[in-house]
Ligand binder design. Structure first.
Ligand code: SF4
Length: 435
């Protein structure tokens, strides 16, 4: 039986794409090899958001080329965000790669690998769902991005926003629930853009419509969503998060900078005041909401004062989690062509450390407030008698327990907290049982 192996780099969207490709190959009779050395088809699912991620893909390609030169017979496919509409340059640099496939375009991989499928059997990919391996799963609901922030390569690789029909998304959620999934995370580069491009029976639908549909699916206990974009976040979506019991009160809203001039240079499409207004609206409906954000330091032209404004915003808001990255120019973007990467590496490193310290202090304070309280944990895994799961706000919790609790909601009393996780003890009876 032919075997494949997939290396996945990057974000949850890539993880979901890899699972879908694997599900498609398995449907056609292939099996997944545990090691790439046992596979007749090796796929690298790439990420281009930072140079570091691309370097890892180059490292994998180097490994595969050496294996090929040593005489091994296998196909090499590269998919994901490194692959744009034109592949001439990539083909020149990596002539040993057999097939290039843009994000979510799986057919070229199947065709090149010699996989034959009968088109008369109807739509293939929309009916291909990954088999879940645990109680949580990611579901892409809107592909691509229409925002064109100056530093970002994603819209150039993943294309314009395309929402999946409601019926497809809900069919996938039902499939996952039937296979033991208790928590789904709806994914989009800007997930609140869901529905903007839909017509026909789905015209007028939005992310809240999906939340409402998932509320009615038995077995699903929690719904999450990633990643938020302030300008697309309507009051209706915020109200749905506040009112629907399954939707977790947890927002990841990248701000990127706390300075209006920097936001304008990034073409983020909102001001600091507009961002803060959305956060205020969320907190007015959900005072205990968990908030995460993303920040880029050292973007082109960022002055000390502009950086201090970012620090000020982060201190005022008090985020549970701050993801921070130093700016790295991505070839092909507007910033790469027009905005010199003029902040010295040392300054970027210092600013990175400042934000990391801020994150540790802020998350440490927020998590410390949970000590002594009982929290609801969805148990995700067990290792040597130690269970790990997440609370509704997204924090990881570790506590002692048994394997048969995986997939259950358990009340846990928090005993210790760090900025990165919580420790606890099981407090009472199961609040939701599937075993
Ligand atoms: S919103 Fe901006 S940063 Fe996010 S994916 Fe779209 S273009 Fe990139």
């Amino acid at each position: 039986m032919p075997a494949f192996h997939i290396w996945t780099l990057g974000c949850q969207m890539n993880v979901a794409d890899s699972l879908k490709l694997a599900a498609g190959l398995e449907r056609l009779g292939w099996t997944e090899a545990a090691e790439y050395t046992e596979a007749g088809l090796v796929v690298i699912n790439t990420c281009s958001v930072r140079q570091h991620a691309e370097d890892r893909a180059y490292g994998r390609l180097h490994t595969l080329r050496q294996r090929r030169e040593a005489g091994a017979q296998f196909q090499i496919a590269v998919m994901g965000c490194m692959v744009g509409p034109k592949t001439d340059d990539l083909q020149r640099r990596f002539p040993f790669v057999d097939v290039w496939a843009r994000p979510q375009e799986f057919d070229p991989i199947l065709a090149k690998a010699g996989v034959v499928r009968d088109a008369s059997e109807g739509e293939f990919w929309t009916e291909t769902f990954a088999t879940p391996t645990g109680p949580t799963a990611y579901i892409p609901v809107v592909h691509g991005c229409d925002k064109f922030c100056t530093y970002c390569i994603v819209p150039l690789r993943r294309g314009r926003e395309r929402s999946r029909p409601i019926v497809d998304v809900l069919a996938e959620v039902r499939h996952l629930a039937e296979h033991g999934v208790r928590e789904v995370t709806l994914l989009g580069q800007t997930v609140e853009a869901y529905g903007h491009d839909l017509g026909g029976a789905d015209a007028g639908a939005d992310l809240a419509t999906l939340f409402e549909g998932i509320e009615r699916i038995d077995g699903i206990a929690r719904t999450r969503f990633l990643t938020s974009y302030p300008k697309d976040m309507t009051d209706r979506i915020i109200d749905a998060v506040a009112d629907l019991p399954k939707v977790c009160e947890h927002f990841n809203i990248p701000v990127q900078s706390g300075d209006d001039a920097v936001l304008a240079r990034m073409r983020r499409g909102y001001s600091v005041a507009e961002y803060e207004e959305r956060v205020a609206r969320i907190r007015s409906r959900m005072p205990d909401v968990a908030l995460a954000t993303d920040v880029i330091v050292g973007s082109p032209g960022e002055t000390d004062e502009e950086f201090r404004n970012t620090v000020g915003l982060l201190e005022r808001t008090g985020f549970d989690v701050i993801h921070v990255a130093a700016y790295s120019p991505r070839p092909g973007t507007f910033a790469y062509r027009n905005q010199p990467d003029d902040v010295p590496t040392e300054v970027k490193r210092e600013r990175l450390q400042v934000i990391e310290a801020l994150h540790a202090a802020s998350a440490g304070r927020i998590n410390a407030r949970l000590v002594g309280r009982s929290v609801e944990v969805l148990v995700e895994r067990e290792q040597e008698g130690r269970l790990t799961g997440r609370i509704r706000g997204g924090q990881l919790v570790h506590f002692d327990g048994y394997r048969n609790l995986v997939g259950n909601l358990v009340d846990v009393s928090v005993t210790e907290a760090t900025p990165w996780s919580l420790q606890g003890q099981q407090a009472g009876a199961l609040s939701f049982s599937v075993v």
